[in-house]
Design a protein around this ligand. Structure first.
Ligand code: ATP
Length: 232
């Protein structure tokens, strides 16, 4: 069953067409990858789905009930939550205070405990976010997003800037929450990371949907290799 349907979405910024007639869907319970060269329109799509940007044309439907474009407050209410390429947490607050702001309750709350354990944040709860290593900050910002209990999580380059062991940890975290029923739309330049996690992959090039298929189909498709994967 499709959780999210995107119908003929076009996005123009002045003379630039960032997205052109995008139609695709994300099936419930999947990790759906979204790849493409810089400027392909991936973040623009996430901005539209999370309600940050209203598309120039087109519509979308969530969970068979909600019809968009929708504003950001509605997106969160429906269960559509995003992360950002840049880490966004309150740097002057402790990890615990950050989590409270995201309504992740304290000890004893099974969901909060699971979140803190899965994201390995237990040892840093009382440390000020601004003093935490980058990889921990990435996990904290993911915790803030997951604290909103999304049905659909839009992940914008979760592995960017992480060392290999931290990338492995991030993949485990995504798998953990996916195992609990979370659907994920995953934008990522790290092909290995993405191909290992995703069961379906859409390829954007210059604002157009060039190809969609399984990771294996994607990696073997000459058009995709020419347009993106072959660039090294
Ligand atoms: P990257 O992999 O580098 O993050 P991307 O696939 O996420 O790229 P977008 O950031 O969505 O690509 O950008 C798509 C195009 O839209 C680019 O040409 C970009 O310059 C343009 N664009 C995005 N947002 C705006 C904006 N607010 N105003 C003007 N142009 C924009």
């Amino acid at each position: 069953m499709s959780l999210l349907s995107i119908n003929a979405i076009t996005q123009r910024f002045g003379g630039i067409t960032a997205l052109s007639d995008i139609t695709m869907s994300v099936e419930e319970g999947t990790i759906h990858g979204l790849i493409g060269p810089n400027g392909a329109g991936k973040t623009t799509l996430i901005n539209i789905l999370s309600g940050l940007v209203k598309p120039s044309e087109g519509s979308m439907e969530f969970n068979g009930r909600q019809n968009g474009p929708w504003p950001m407050a509605s997106a969160v209410q429906y269960g559509i939550v995003r992360t950002f390429q840049q880490t966004r947490v309150f740097m002057g607050l402790t990890a615990r205070e950050n989590l409270r702001i995201a309504h992740v309750a304290g000890a004893g709350d099974a969901n909060a405990d699971d979140l803190i354990e899965a994201l390995a944040l237990g040892d840093v709860l009382d440390r000020v976010a601004g003093e935490l290593p980058y990889a921990v900050l990435r996990r904290l910002s993911l915790a803030l997003a997951l604290g909103l209990r999304p049905k659909l999580l839009l992940l914008d380059e979760p592995a960017v800037g992480l060392a290999p062991d931290e990338i492995t940890k991030m993949a485990e975290v995504i798998r953990h929450f996916h195992g609990q029923g979370l659907t994920v739309l995953l934008v990522e330049h790290n092909m290995r990371f993405l191909m290992e996690l995703a069961s379906r992959v859409s390829v954007f090039v210059q604002g157009r949907l060039l190809f969609e298929g399984t990771p294996a189909e994607c990696q073997n498709n000459p058009t995709v290799i020419d347009a993106y994967l072959g660039r090294g």
